[in-house]
Design a protein around this ligand. Structure first.
Ligand SMILES: [Zn+2]
Length: 212
């Protein structure tokens, strides 16, 4: 990769050690990196010099990653967005609304991340004409499956919805508290599998499951 054409990356995470180690790995691989520890700092850096790629966490103080992603997608739709999260997993079939790629914290290799970044950079600038999403992306909090988070397909803001998910596949609706749009989300087999994967620890504690 020629230095004149080094992809510019903005890394956003509230953990300074993680930021520095990721920055070091990416710089060795030819990326030019800047870092921000919260969403407002990220937006300030974005306005100065828009990067080619943004890598962001979802859970941060001051401004959540969800809010940051909604702003980036509306105001900087040409920038490729990668989410790395330890807290949330997402239904990848509908995730393109807020991001271009998702990695679970601690469960990917630098090689996988770098390959994805090179792929996205080769497609950049990402065209603003994102496909129209009829179903809202669903985010599952790995520490609490009492609620899911849905992203509004109109205003791109994310909000919690009660998790009274039926056992069978079904389309559900919810009203976006920000813009009032009724959104549709699909509780398909992928979502049910993700919910099941977050539950083993809790289920082991219930008396019924302790019987042979
Ligand atoms: Zn909305």
């Amino acid at each position: 990769m020629s230095k004149d054409f080094a992809p510019r990356v903005l890394l956003v995470d509230d953990e300074p050690l993680l930021l520095e180690s990721l920055k070091a790995v990416l710089e060795i691989n030819g990326f030019v990196c800047r870092t921000a520890t919260d969403g407002f700092e990220a937006l300030r850096l974005l306005r100065e010099t828009p990067p080619d790629i943004i890598i962001s966490d979802l859970r941060m103080p001051i401004m959540s990653g969800f809010e940051l992603l909604a702003i980036i997608r509306r105001r900087f739709p040409q920038i490729a967005v990668i989410v790395i999260s330890g807290e949330f997993i997402v239904n990848l079939q509908t995730s393109g609304l807020l991001m271009n790629a998702f990695f679970q914290k601690g469960r990917y290799t630098p090689q996988e991340l770098i390959a994805t970044m090179r792929d996205l950079y080769s497609q950049s600038p990402i065209l603003p004409a994102l496909p129209k999403h009829t179903h809202a992306p669903l985010w599952i909090n790995r520490r609490s499956t009492e609620y899911l988070i849905a992203t509004c397909t109109e205003c791109l803001r994310s909000f919690p919805i009660e998790n009274d998910v039926p056992e069978t596949h079904a389309l559900q609706t919810a009203e976006c508290p920000s813009c009032g749009t009724t959104i549709t989300y699909a509780v398909d087999s992928t979502v049910l599998e993700m919910l099941a994967a977050t539950r083993p620890v809790r289920d082991k504690l219930t008396p019924e499951n302790s019987l042979p």
